[in-house]
Design a protein around this ligand. Sequence first.
Ligand code: NAG
Length: 390
Amino acid sequence: MWSCITDFFTYETTKSVVVKSWTIGIINRVVQLLIITYFIGWVFVYEKAYQIRDTAVESSVMTKVKGFGVYNNKLMDVADYVTPTQGASVFCIITKMITTENQVQGYCPESEQKYNCSQEKDLCIKFFFPRSGILTGRCVAFNKTNKMCEIKGWCPAEIDTIKTMPMMEVENFTIFIKNSIRFPTFNYTKGNFLPNITNSYIQNCRFDMVNNTYCPIFRVGDVVRYAQQNFTKLADKGGVIGIKIGWICDLDKSDDECNPSYSFTRLDAMSTKNDVSPGYNFRFAKYFKMENGTDYRSLVKAYAIRFDVLVNGNVSMHLCVCVFISSINITRFNLTFCFLGTVLCDIILLNFLKGAEQYKAKKFEELSLRHNEAIMRSSDSGAFSIEQYT
Ligand SMILES: *[C@@H]1O[C@H](CO)[C@@H](O)[C@H](O)[C@H]1NC(C)=O
């Protein structure tokens, strides 16, 4: 019991023993070389762990669409087909519209076939999910042959089953994108108008993946094609296209090498596989007042291609090695790894080499201050030294 207590209250201090042995010396240097190669090769050159990174990009996107189209014999300009109009990073270009003119508040028959009550008189009393307005429960004449359930709401009810052609000129419309970014960690600012872009170039250029990779003007047809979509299908049903701007920069290199890269995808890929709700559409209304003061409106069901401009960034910059050592790569794994050489050499020395007993005696020396004399002891096993390091 007493010996347990005295064994516990001890202090261990490191003592360096220089072993002049070819075998262990070579093993030691080879292991050290491997570790240094690992650090330089993998951590420094491959993973670039000496750099710090910033992926939190502050970004602003401004967009402007240009082009004219003809729809239902009307000329359409930007104010007619782009919504919202503010030029934000998310905007819609309307390709197809189903307009229900002159709607007023009142009572009228529903228009959709499932509300047909010609055969089943009490159909309208049963619960239905309302479409254009609240069902009153009455069954009223729709046309000469059919009767429909009556609704209270904006009348006449919209008929959205008519087939219309999308506005094909949208394919030739252009999207102009202005993007500024800032990486707060480095206070690094840049925009997608590169310094070598001139006014005359911007007036005529169109983005393409080969020759004009930095032109900030995109033809809608090209964007759709780069996103591997069929324009006619997309314009007919509507959809969401992502324009991704990636800023992957190494600030150790010159500023000219920090350039945006554009890529394009369809973001609502799910709706191409699923027939339940294909594409993208929404409704809005324009309101007017009659002379007697009552409101009337034009309801528009719009099919649109929505563009989402998404900006992501990843910049890295060189850091001094001291900061690197203290902050990044001294993980528990690497610490263990560094000690691996010592542990390995100790195991060999203490167990497998000639003179292991002598080395043990030198390495684990017990010093008792109380009796003021040093006692050499060689009964420790090599396993103890491994425990120290792991
Ligand atoms: C788009 O522009 C090209 C060339 O200016 C023209 O040949 C083509 O007919 C246009 N497409 C549409 C759908 O208007």
